[in-house]
Design a protein around this ligand. Sequence first.
Ligand code: ZN
Ligand code: ZN
Length: 262
Amino acid sequence: MKDTWDGRIQRAEQLAVERIESNELLKFHGALLSVQRDIYEYLRTRKNWLPSGEIELDLQILLPMLPNLLRAVEAIGPELIASQATALLQASDNELGQTMIDYWKAPSDTQFFAKAFLQPYTIWLRETGSNPPVRNLGGGENRCPFCCSKPQVSVLQIKETSSESGGRDLVCALCLWAWPFRRVVCANCFEENPANIGYYRASEFDYVRVEACDTCGHYIKGVDLTRFGLAIPVIDEVAAAPLDLWARERGYTKIEMNLVGL
Ligand SMILES: [Zn+2]
Ligand SMILES: [Zn+2]
């Protein structure tokens, strides 16, 4: 399965069947991906228009699609965000636009609607070969080289022998771009002393691990494609939800929560 919208949706559906313990999360995630794919297709097939990367400008085209996302989440989402969707459906275009601009300028993984809505836009922006948007978010090599977002998941794979990262990539939480990142380094605080970085696996997810840093108390999950090449990291990361509970119980904070809030 490819890491395309359809590939991600199929993988979520497949895992929803295989992983009973994460079934609800994966069903919701799959439905959310379908709405995001529609937003992406709406942007991609729009005649005589390409995104500029200036959020205020692009929102004029983008914002009419937001009610689709809100209505879908109202219908299928967990109770708390379903009721937030209902409230947002009453908001004015100005208020909704401002919510998107606020996220763009100061993103947080608790801003579910803005992250879910701007994800297909940012992916399309990147795919059109646009210059990276100016977001002034700071950060360094642990931030996406395109959109400056934090990483959602870490990926291990076999690469050319010259690869400096030792085959480790970080995947952007917003535009899903993957960039190389040194293998035994904390993706939050850059700790590189192996004694302070721990790896934890559960037997039922032998290709997914928690990569936790005792220096800053943060973690990210890593998907090892050398152990299971059919995984789609951003989806399999969601399926391995029990590992997030495990990490939280031990006091670790995730670098960036995923769209289902784990
Ligand atoms: Zn990005
Ligand atoms: Zn750290």
